[in-house]
Design a protein around this ligand. Sequence first.
Ligand SMILES: O=C(O)COP(=O)(O)O
Ligand SMILES: [Mg+2]
Length: 226
Amino acid sequence: MNWPKAVLFDLDGTLIDSAPDIHAALNETLASYGEPPFTLAAVTGMVGRGVPVLIERAYAALGKDINPASRDKAVERFLAIYEPRATELTTLTAGASEATRILRERGIRLGVVTNKPEVATREILAHFGLVDLLDIIVGGDAGPAKKPEPGLLFLACERLDLPVDDVVFVGDSENDVDAARAAGMRVIAVRGGYTSRAPETLGATALVDRLDAIPELLASLRNDAG
Ligand SMILES: O=C(O)COP(=O)(O)O
Ligand SMILES: [Mg+2]
């Protein structure tokens, strides 16, 4: 009856609204190469597939090619700017504290599975007092291919020593839903995150407006789980 055994959360656009800090760091990175800035909305649309893809998308939007070596240098520069200032403008999303606290009180184990590198992820989660609530943190640099591939979710299950069926993933974008579906894991999509797609069309098992709707919703997903 104790289902699910764990809930995993995506980070950017799901637990935190990090786009303003990513926007600032990306524009500073681009400025150091003599490139013009992007708006917050434009950068928000580039987030979700990890930092290398963020850099590639920025150059593509500038109409420029970037070779892998230059991209990797730009990734390093971006992270050097972003990591020390990753919580200046970033906030927790509505209901994030409540949802994590309630699930934890119910004895459900918690984790984060993000395409963001683990160092920045840990610093941000520590800043918001969430590290102690989490059993595992899997960053985009953990080894397996990033979401929408399922590898990071499989790694999370391995670290929790739980089968996919005992775990629910929560995310804001097609990267999360596609990764969960590829892993055979139930997935809840949350509205208002970083995706250009209508949340109803993502193909999630369930959809919520805010994270604090999740504790109640889990009961109905459990019934589906049989
Ligand atoms: O780093 C990114 O691009 C997005 O990270 P996320 O997987 O937490 O949304
Ligand atoms: Mg996200």
